[in-house]
Ligand binder design. Structure first.
Ligand SMILES: *[C@@H]1O[C@H](CO)[C@@H](O)[C@H](O)[C@H]1NC(C)=O
Ligand SMILES: *[C@@H]1O[C@H](CO)[C@@H](O)[C@H](O)[C@H]1NC(C)=O
Ligand SMILES: *[C@@H]1O[C@H](CO)[C@@H](O)[C@H](O)[C@H]1NC(C)=O
Ligand SMILES: *[C@@H]1O[C@H](CO)[C@@H](O)[C@H](O)[C@H]1NC(C)=O
Length: 439
């Protein structure tokens, strides 16, 4: 079904945001540790490997030093590191149930016989970085020792081990103390003098009680989870997108170099998403300037998923140096349009087909709310579903994208303000357009 070009597009708050972000807002000060100037890229064990601690029965998939070492080997060998993926991150279930005699966290002795310091050295020897996991409260979500009362000890332990990133969860913490706890740990990390990227879940745990203070969160953390854990399903990915769109006026202005909204891990390469749904997750995570933390088994991943995760055009959108998060700008006829301002006045557009029945449906690209940047002309490149250079377009362009059910078309648009190429195209109509260019 074609969209009638005269139909009204329902624009949501995104259009307003576009204006607001373009004209006014610079995000508040970011945490001043020099890290996460672009969204973090790497791998995190949780979604795929969870709390599998049974190394006798399942030695290849249990939470053990072997898992991270093997993942590091593959990251280097199979092009992941070259594509930009850098952090190998441990999630819950790595420690021993007891702290040591000096009150320090210790890795589970059987599953991490070499200890975390040796693992960090190994990861560093591959040119990669190591992330670890702890919790702001009394216990981690899986019941291991939490850091409440031990922030400085734990920060120093992680620094001594050479850890590069801390994912700090929010289970078993009185919600009114969340802010204090996350701020105290941020200060404790800073005090070690080590460069440890700080990944928080403060807003996720505060939202049920009140609207979190994103100015404070941005000053404290390098990225922060806002919403529920991602599961290996399209419903889960959709619910994250829906939550993000419905809170975008609050959360999008908080993102920028040094601090990012974290919609959770990429499921791509697992079991629950079809390939077009994987494309949707990758495209929308790029639009959202999200950390790209894969949770999959890099030792065994299908070539199409791998190619998608390593797609340099999509990664370039995610890592765009302007560092502005995109947002949903229109919903119409079971399509969602998401747009992200890029450096050099470029724009990324994602058109998602929310209809989960039937075949591909076409969408006129000129219906996107920001298409005005194509006046007088723009150059359009389609990145998904296939790379295709669409060439020069105008405000009247008839360009359509054809989008599969639950799939997404992803494009970049480069405005052309150059007088010479413009001149060639519109020789007959110079005076009128000349004014427009000067404006
Ligand atoms: C600690 O914070 C200060 C001031 O905000 C900053 O200049 C410094 O770079 C930080 N150090 C680390 C290791 O993050
Ligand atoms: C945070 O640090 C302050 C100052 O040291 C302390 O009074 C407060 O109890 C700490 N809060 C938490 C949750 O650790
Ligand atoms: C939010 O946090 C900032 C920075 O810490 C602070 O200046 C501001 O007063 C806080 N806003 C509210 C409404 O508490
Ligand atoms: C349009 O963009 C493509 C891809 O970057 C590029 O190869 C092509 O030269 C551009 N065309 C114009 C007219 O700028």
């Amino acid at each position: 079904m074609r969209l009638d070009s005269s139909s009204n597009v329902n624009m949501d708050t995104g259009v307003f945001l576009l204006a607001l972000i373009a004209c006014v807002a610079r995000p508040a000060e970011a945490l001043d540790n020099g890290l996460a100037l672009k969204p973090t890229m790497g791998w995190l064990h949780w979604e795929r490997f969870m709390c599998n601690v049974d190394c006798d029965k399942d030695p290849d998939n249990c939470i053990s030093e072997r898992l991270y070492m093997q993942m590091a080997d593959v990251m280097v060998k199979e092009g992941w590191k070259d594509a930009g993926y850098e952090y190998i991150c441990i999630d819950d279930c790595w420690p021993s149930r007891q702290r040591d005699a000096k009150g320090r966290l210790q890795a589970h002795p059987k599953r991490f016989p070499g200890g975390i310091k040796k693992l960090a050295d190994y990861i560093h020897s591959k040119g990669l970085k190591l992330g670890i996991y702890a919790d702001v409260g009394k216990n981690t979500c899986a019941g291991y020792p939490g850091s409440l009362g031990y922030y400085e000890t734990d920060a120093q332990t992680f620094a001594d081990w050479g850890v590069d990133l801390l994912k700090f969860d929010g289970c078993f913490m009185e919600w009114k103390l969340l802010g204090e706890g996350y701020v105290n740990m941020s200060k404790a990390l800073n005090k070690t003098g080590a460069n440890i990227l700080y990944s928080c879940e403060w807003p996720l745990y505060e939202w049920p009680f009140r609207q979190p203070n994103y100015t404070a969160i941005r000053e404290t953390c390098n990225h922060w989870r806002n919403y529920a854990d991602v599961f290996d399903s399209w419903n889960s990915v959709k619910s994250i997108l829906q939550w993000t769109a419905s809170h975008q006026d609050i959360i999008v202005p908080a993102a920028g170099p040094g601090g990012w909204n974290d919609p959770d891990m990429l499921d791509i390469g697992n079991f629950g998403l079809s390939h077009v749904q994987e494309e949707s997750q990758m495209a929308l995570w790029a639009i959202m300037a999200a950390p790209l933390l894969m949770s999959n088994d890099l030792r065994d991943i299908c070539p199409r998923s791998k190619e998608l995760l390593q797609n340099s055009h999509i990664i370039a959108i995610n890592q765009d140096p302007l560092g502005k998060q995109g947002y949903r700008t229109a919903t119409e006829d079971h399509f969602e349009v998401w747009e992200r301002p890029l450096s050099q006045n470029r724009l990324a557009i994602a058109v998602m087909n929310k209809m989960e029945i039937g075949g591909r449906r076409e969408f006129f690209i000129r219906e996107t709310p920001s298409w005005k940047i194509c006046s007088p002309q723009c150059n359009v490149t389609q990145i998904l579903p296939q790379y295709k250079e669409m060439g020069l377009q105008t405000p009247q362009s008839d360009l359509v994208v054809s989008v599969s059910p639950s799939g997404t078309a992803l494009l970049t648009v480069t405005p052309i303000r150059d007088f010479t190429s413009f001149h060639k195209l519109h020789q007959n109509d110079l005076t009128v357009h000349h004014k427009r260019i000067i404006l």
